[in-house]
Design a protein around this ligand. Structure first.
Ligand SMILES: NC(=O)c1ccc[n+]([C@@H]2O[C@H](COP(=O)([O-])OP(=O)(O)OC[C@H]3O[C@@H](n4cnc5c(N)ncnc54)[C@H](O)[C@@H]3O)[C@@H](O)[C@H]2O)c1
Length: 427
């Protein structure tokens, strides 16, 4: 996986003309060449990635992977669903990583405010402006990864405006301000929920099943299929916010080729960093499977409700594409690197981030029982409205175009979660 190269020693890297071999008649060429390389290195060294929501579950793991890959990171997070301590832990893990390799720790900063706070945001972006009097605006911030959003399906049904405001209005205002500063490489956290009823068939989901302009493609069996733009059967406001944001970003990219936008459609992220220092630790009542399982293990809730045991799946429980969050985080590095190198096929591109394999809810619970040696009481209840039996990615596009594929297993994810639990809770 590519990462930015840094100059190892700043000014001392600049060779003097005397040390550089150049033909006599061209004495200044070597010097100028070195000066140019030095300035390029300096400029590269001073590149930053802005990460909104960088202290959340996926954001914190991605920030860590960015730092490991030598990116300087600026986090903006209002802590509505995270804690300051996460910042300290990310910093500690990244510092340890670089110390063990004898490499220099990139810069990491945190700005505790709402990404929608235009005054704070402009003041922040101003600090990274590259002065260009006559040219279009440019910034030392070469890319943005936008995680910040509300994410509870259930809450979005009760409070849709909260979701449309933070997730959709917030995005429109945010990209408008980024544009003012010439920051036009954007990675967006999307979700498999954009596939809506396409997931009902149970067949693995290809990116072409949800598009923002008409597309024709060939199915695995060779049949040609045309897909119109639009969303079909999204069952809740949260899912619609993700689809709307994708559509807005696709329109923006179509209107201005200097934008590069990647929408990453996550399947079901689970697990945590193997250190046990980062994990999925939401402030409110969790709704994702593993945090609920964790609460059963710690005795906060008596049993796990399994929504439906009569699906047409291996054991009757729903099947999902569970992806280890570290693999998911690395998918962002792959997307960012491809975008920054200008190697995307189109300036708006969607990618599934999943393993391409499904596991049932019961399989996950059984693996958690086995790694923890704890009994996890469970009870089958009726299916949740809007749920589907199976939701699994076709992970080919991200493999072929981003050169990224998952490396970790369900066993790894459960073992890492148990490790996090042992270190951070009383179990
Ligand atoms: N976790 C999943 O299962 C999943 C699946 C698909 C997509 N996603 C998307 O991935 C992104 C990250 O998800 P996550 O699971 O890490 O969620 P999370 O809630 O753990 O992280 C979101 C972070 O954003 C911050 N935040 C929210 N609104 C903000 C605002 N207005 N200003 C500044 N900070 C704000 C929160 O404090 C939190 O730290 C979200 O956009 C989510 O919709 C998550």
């Amino acid at each position: 996986m590519d990462s930015p190269q840094r100059s190892t020693s700043g000014l001392s890297d600049l060779q003097s003309p005397a040390e550089t071999y150049t033909p006599d008649t061209d004495a200044s060429v070597g010097y100028e060449e070195n000066l140019r390389t030095f300035l390029e290195n300096l400029q590269f060294e001073e590149q930053y990635i802005l990460v909104t929501g960088g202290l959340g579950f996926i954001g914190s793991h991605t920030t860590l992977e960015l730092l490991k890959a030598n990116y300087n990171v600026i986090v903006v997070d209002n802590m509505s669903n995270s804690y300051q301590e996460v910042f300290d832990r990310v910093h500690l893990l990244a510092s340890r990583y670089h110390e063990s390799r004898g490499s220099r720790m990139p810069s990491l900063q945190i700005h505790n405010h709402d990404f929608q706070d235009c005054v704070m945001l402009r003041a922040l972006l101003k600090q990274f402006e590259l002065s260009t009097r006559w040219e279009p605006p440019r910034s030392k911030i070469s890319g943005v990864i936008h995680f910040a959003a509300h994410k509870s399906v259930e809450e979005s049904i009760r409070q849709p405006l909260k979701y449309y405001s933070n997730n959709v209005t917030g995005l429109v205002n945010f990209v408008s301000i980024l544009e003012e500063f010439g920051i036009k490489n954007f990675i967006f956290s999307s979700s498999a929920t954009v596939y809506g009823t396409a997931a009902n068939s149970g067949a693995p989901l290809r990116e072409e099943y949800c598009v923002h302009s008409k597309e024709t493609f060939h199915e695995e069996n060779g049949d040609e299929r045309a897909v119109e733009s639009g969303c079909v059967g999204i069952t809740n406001p949260y899912g619609r916010t993700k689809w709307m944001c994708e559509a807005i970003l696709a329109d923006l990219a179509a209107s201005d080729p200097s934008w590069t936008v990647v929408a990453l459609r996550y399947f079901n992220p689970i697990g945590c960093d193997p250190s046990g220092l980062l994990g999925e630790d939401p402030r409110g009542t969790p709704t994702n499977l593993l945090p609920v399982v964790v609460n059963v293990i710690t005795g906060q809730i008596p049993e796990l409700k399994v929504f439906g045991d009569d699906w047409d799946t291996i054991d009757g429980t729903a099947v999902r594409d569970f992806i280890h969050v570290t693999d998911l985080a690395r998918g962002h590095i792959a997307a960012l690197s491809t975008a920054l190198k200008g190697e995307l096929q189109t300036n708006f591109r969607t990618f599934n981030l999943g393993t391409g394999y499904g596991h049932s809810v019961m399989e996950v619970v059984n693996v958690m029982e086995s790694v923890s040696s704890r009994n996890i009481p469970r009870k089958a209840v009726s299916r949740r409205q809007g749920d589907v039996g199976s939701c699994v990615a076709v992970a080919k596009r991200s493999d072929q175009e981003l050169h990224w594929r998952t490396e970790k297993s369900l066993q790894d994810a459960c073992a890492d979660t148990w490790n996090f639990l042992k270190l951070n809770r009383t179990v």
